[in-house]
Ligand binder design. Structure first.
Ligand code: UD1
Ligand code: UDP
Length: 377
C-alpha cells in the first residue's frame, strides 16, 4: 500500500476556519490522506473560537496576528512563515480557501516550491478589484496558480472558464459553508447550551424585532463605516426594533462603531460570537444587515433576508434568488431598504423564502473524492 498523501491545509481567519473544518474532518477520515493543518493565525481570537468548537488542534501555528496589521507587513510575514512550514512538512499538495492574505500567500509559497495548490471556494468574482479589497485580486492570483479549482456554484465555475482556466480542472462542489452550517445546527440540537450565549440579550430585547448586523470590510474603513454606523443608529431608533451587532475586533471598525452606537438603548454592541451563537443570532433575527461574505451565504440558507452593504457582490446567487439585496453603504439607502422590509409584509415574505443556492452540505466529501481521483492520475 502506498503512503498516504500529505495535504497541507493552510488557513488563518475565522471564515476560512469555518469553511475548511468540514474538509479537514473529511480528509482525516480518509486513509488515502494525511491532513497537516497549518494556521497562520492572521486572526487570533476569532480563529481560536472556530478551532475550539471544531476540535482542531493545528500541527503548525504561526501566531502572526499584530494589532491593526497592514496588508504589506501581513503579506510579508505570511509568505516567509508559510514557506518555512512547507519546507519542513514537504506536502504533496497544499489546500487554501477563499481570498484572504493567508490563502493568497499560501498559494504563492506553494507555487514557489512547485507544490500543486487546491483552491476551495474558487471562482468568486465581483469584477471590481477594489470591491472587495484586496480579496478580488487575492482570489485571481490563486486562480492563476491552482491545480484544482473547487467552485461552489455554476456561476463561479463559469467565471473561471471565462478566464480560460482549463474546464477539466474546475469542479462544482457546493460551498463547504453549508456543510459547516448543517454540522453546527446538529451540534446545537444535541447540546442547546452551546448556543445559550445570547440569552441575556434575548431577555433584554423580548418583544422587539431583532436585526443582526456585522461589518468589517477594509474598503469601507473611514466614511463607509461611519455611514453604516449612522444607518444602524437610525434603524435602532425605531421602538419596535433591536440591533444585535457583534463587532469585529479590528480597531478601525471598533472605534467607529463604539463612537456612534455605544450606550444606545436598542443596540447590543457585543464581542464576536462563536459559531453556534452566531448561527443562533441568524435564527433570532428578522433581517441580517452585513458586508460579510459568509453571512450572505448562511442567511439565505436559514430563510433570513439579508441586506448586503456593498456596491457589488461576488455572490450574485442570493440576489438572483431574491433572498439578498445589495444596499451599498449610503445610510439613507440602507435605512429605506430596511424600513421597507420591516413594514411591507409582502416584500418581507418575498425575501424570506428559504433558499440555498450554495450547496447541499456534502461539499467537503465531494472535494476529498475529487482529490482522490487526482492522486490516482
Ligand atoms: C480578514 C481578511 C478578509 C476577511 C476577514 C474575515 C485579508 C486581507 N483580509 O480581514 O478577507 O473577509 O478577515 O473576518 O486577508 N483582530 C483581532 N482579533 C482577531 C482578528 C482580528 O484583534 O481575532 C484585529 C487585529 O487588530 C488585526 C485586525 O483585526 O490586525 C485586522 O485583521 P486582518 O486579518 O488583517 O483583517 P480583517 O479585516 O479581519
Ligand atoms: N461569524 C461568527 N461570529 C460572529 C460573526 C460572524 O461566527 O460574531 C461567522 C459567520 O457565521 C460566517 C463567518 O463568520 O460563517 C463570516 O466571517 P466574516 O464576516 O468575518 O468574513 P467574510 O465571510 O466576510 O470573509
Amino acid at each position: 500500500m502506498t503512503a498516504p498523501h500529505k495535504i497541507l491545509v493552510v488557513f488563518g481567519t475565522r471564515p476560512e476556519a469555518i469553511k475548511l473544518f468540514p474538509v479537514v474532518a473529511a480528509l482525516k477520515a480518509d486513509p488515502r490522506f494525511t491532513a497537516v493543518v497549518c494556521v497562520s493565525a492572521q486572526h487570533r481570537g476569532m480563529l481560536d473560537q472556530v478551532l475550539d468548537i471544531a476540535g482542531i488542534v493545528p500541527d503548525h501555528d504561526l501566531d502572526l496576528m499584530k494589532p491593526d496589521q497592514s496588508l504589506d507587513a501581513l503579506t510579508a510575514a505570511l509568505l516567509l512563515g508559510l514557506g518555512r512550514v512547507m519546507d519542513e512538512v514537504q506536502p504533496a499538495r497544499v489546500m487554501v480557501q477563499g481570498d484572504t492574505a493567508t490563502a493568497m500567500t499560501g498559494a504563492l509559497a506553494a507555487y514557489y516550491r512547485k507544490i500543486p495548490v487546491d483552491h476551495v471556494e474558487a471562482g468568486l468574482r465581483s469584477g471590481n478589484i477594489y470591491h472587495p479589497w484586496p480579496e478580488e485580486v487575492n482570489r485571481k492570483i490563486i486562480g492563476q496558480i491552482a491545480s484544482l479549482h473547487f467552485a461552489p456554484t455554476d456561476v463561479s465555475a463559469k467565471a473561471l472558464t471565462d478566464e480560460r482556466v482549463d474546464p477539466g480542472r474546475v469542479h462544482v462542489t457546493g460551498n463547504t459553508v453549508i456543510d459547516a452550517l448543517h454540522w453546527v445546527t446538529a451540534r446545537i440540537a444535541a447540546e442547546p447550551a452551546l448556543a445559550a450565549g445570547l440569552s441575556e440579550i434575548e431577555a433584554r430585547f423580548a418583544g422587539k424585532r431583532i436585526i443582526g448586523v456585522t461589518s468589517h470590510r477594509r474598503e469601507n474603513f473611514g466614511g463607509g463605516l461611519e455611514s453604516i454606523a449612522e444607518a444602524v443608529r437610525q434603524i435602532a431608533a425605531r421602538p419596535d426594533v433591536a440591533v444585535v451587532f457583534p463587532v469585529h475586533p479590528n480597531p478601525n471598525v471598533r472605534k467607529v462603531m463604539d463612537a456612534a452606537l455605544a450606550g444606545l438603548p436598542n443596540v447590543a454592541l457585543i464581542e464576536p460570537l462563536d459559531y453556534p451563537n452566531f448561527a443562533r443570532l441568524i435564527g433570532l433575527a428578522e433581517v441580517m444587515l452585513t458586508d460579510s461574505g459568509g453571512v450572505q451565504e448562511e442567511a439565505p440558507a436559514l430563510g433570513k433576508p439579508v441586506l448586503v452593504m456593498r456596491e457589488t457582490t461576488e455572490r450574485p446567487e442570493g440576489v438572483t434568488a431574491g433572498t439578498a439585496k445589495l444596499v451599498g453603504t449610503d445610510s439613507r439607502t440602507i435605512v429605506t431598504e430596511m424600513f421597507n422590509l420591516l413594514d411591507d409584509k409582502a416584500a418581507y415574505e418575498n425575501m424570506a423564502r428559504a433558499h440555498n443556492p450554495f450547496g447541499d452540505g456534502h461539499s467537503a466529501q465531494r472535494i476529498v473524492e475529487l482529490l482522490g481521483n487526482e492522486i490516482r492520475r
